[in-house]
Design a protein around this ligand. Structure first.
Ligand SMILES: [Zn+2]
Ligand SMILES: [Zn+2]
Length: 323
């Protein structure tokens, strides 16, 4: 059975939202491809709309919320699941050019937790990793330890940008001035305005930050108080992709030129917005845990609008490994 058949079969057999899947196929026509269930090799998806990957195309992988140091029932082995995530990345058909970690590297920002994270990521075939902090990484010391280790070459409290094969990447820190919701702050917004100034409107933009830059569920702090000001600076660009973590589940939204996507955690899932009394680690049956943890494989095809974003769970639904 081919991987495509397997995926089709999974869609038929385990009740994954059919409308969601159809929507994802529809978006394929405009170049934005979501895989709701994950595990679909991207090369096949791109072939599905008649385009082949070219030399200037590239992929990168988003890791999020590894929470090294967490040891409660929702996942007593967060190092093990991060190792599984790296194994997943190392097994991807198309090697990513680099990795992005969208925060909550650690659970309590302790030195040994940062050490353990670095040790695991050293086993990745791709050594270049770009980081932004989560609120768990700046707890206790205002982010000093995080910045010492992962803030080299960044501005302010760890914000930074870089260009890669025609795409402009911006990493934001929206966890330092936490007030229930995330906050970017005026200093960083001023920096962002300057940073984007010389970038042409046709340049694809990827923004990554820990807390969602859209209002997912403000009641649980799942949003960023001043995200509108950042999004206003991004309005003139034809293609903007915003990648976030923090909520430990996949959510997506398209608003005008901006595509928002949140990634799975590699450590533990959280409840769907409003489906539990509060946010927090959610215990699922042990055999299901790796179906709700994973990474996000992001693919860029030059000359096309948008990026192909494929969520890759550590294990396929129904207990079958998917590579
Ligand atoms: Zn987290
Ligand atoms: Zn967080």
């Amino acid at each position: 059975m081919s991987k495509n058949d397997l995926v089709k079969k999974e869609h038929e057999s385990d009740g994954i939202d059919r409308r969601g899947f159809l929507k994802c196929m529809q978006w394929a026509g405009t170049g934005i491809i979501w895989s709701v269930s994950g595990g679909v090799p991207v090369s096949q998806l791109l072939a599905a709309d008649g385009k082949k990957m070219r030399a200037e195309d590239f992929a990168f992988v988003q890791i999020s919320d590894s929470h090294i140091g967490f040891n409660k029932a929702a996942n007593p082995d967060v190092v093990g699941t991060l190792q599984a995530a790296v194994a997943k990345i190392n097994a991807l058909e198309r090697a990513p050019d680099f990795l992005i970690h969208t925060g909550d590297l650690t659970h309590l920002a302790k030195a040994n937790e940062f050490d353990d994270l670095s040790e695991v990521l050293k086993t990745s075939r791709q050594q270049q990793v770009f980081y932004v902090p989560g609120e768990h990484d700046v707890t206790g010391d205002d982010g000093k330890r995080y910045l010492d280790r992962f803030g080299k070459g960044t501005s302010g409290k760890g914000w930074h940008s870089f260009n890669h094969k025609g795409v402009h990447f911006v990493g934001l820190n929206n966890v330092v001035q936490l007030e229930g919701l995330g906050k970017i702050g005026q200093e960083q917004l001023d920096w962002l305005r300057k940073d984007l100034g010389p970038v042409s409107a046709s340049t694809p933009i990827v923004v990554f930050a820990h807390i969602p830059l859209w209002s997912v569920y403000p009641e649980w702090g799942w949003g960023t108080a001043d995200s509108e000001q950042a999004l206003a600076l991004l309005k003139r660009f034809g293609s903007v992709t915003v990648l976030n973590g923090h909520i430990h589940q996949v959510m997506q939204k398209v608003e005008g030129n901006v595509t928002f996507h949140t990634a799975m955690s590699t450590a533990f899932p959280q409840p769907a917005p409003g489906s539990a009394p509060a946010a927090g680690p959610m215990k699922v049956p042990a055999e299901r845990l790796r179906e709700v943890l994973g990474v996000c494989d992001v693919n860029f095809a030059a000359g096309r609008h948008g990026l192909a974003v494929v969520d890759e769970p550590l294990a396929a639904a129904g207990g079958k490994g998917n590579g």
